[in-house]
Design a protein around this ligand. Structure first.
Ligand SMILES: Cc1cc2nc3c(=O)[nH]c(=O)nc-3n(C[C@H](O)[C@H](O)[C@H](O)COP(=O)(O)O)c2cc1C
Length: 140
């Protein structure tokens, strides 16, 4: 059984290229070996990550990610059973959220990712991936 999870979290410290490179290197090694695919969006002090794969594998990884000291305030926005992957080509695609992007709305009081629906946030991640803000990542 396959599932897809979406969570949001707040970065601890600045989201530097080194931190990102370390996370993506782990993703490349671990996710490919465990059949995990997805997207990691970062910017404005936030992470938004989609993880998809076998339910037990996704749960195991999510539990590890929860304990990672590089972020906090991790909240699951969506958990669903799926028939097919949305991001089959990516062990972890990487999207940077520029300041002039729609994601800026996250900082507005009327738009809070911690309050938005999972459906809305999944759609937003899709738009960011399709919208050309994907800057690479680890291919599956
Ligand atoms: C925002 C964020 C996303 C992460 N995504 C993944 C991921 O997709 N796959 C992965 O193996 N580790 C990911 N990690 C790293 C894990 O939290 C953890 O450090 C790594 O799996 C090694 O775990 P271990 O030290 O228990 O072996 C992520 C970390 C952060 C902060």
């Amino acid at each position: 059984m396959w599932v897809r999870v979406l969570y949001v979290s707040r970065s601890v410290g600045p989201q530097t290229g080194t931190v990102t490179a370390n996370i993506l290197a782990t993703c490349e090694a671990h996710n490919a070996a465990h059949g995990i695919t997805g997207v990691l969006c970062q910017g404005q002090g936030l992470y938004l990550q989609v993880l998809e794969g076998e339910r037990a594998e996704v749960n195991r990884l999510y539990n590890r990610i929860l304990q990672d000291p590089r972020h906090h305030d991790v909240q699951m926005l969506s958990f669903e059973e799926i028939d097919r992957r949305r991001y089959p080509g990516w062990s972890m695609a990487h999207v940077v959220l520029p300041d002039d992007d729609a994601m800026v709305r996250m900082q507005h009081p009327e738009f809070d990712p911690y309050a938005a629906t999972g459906v809305f946030m999944l759609k937003l991640v899709d738009e960011l991936v399709v919208g050309g803000h994907r800057i690479g990542g680890a291919k599956a």
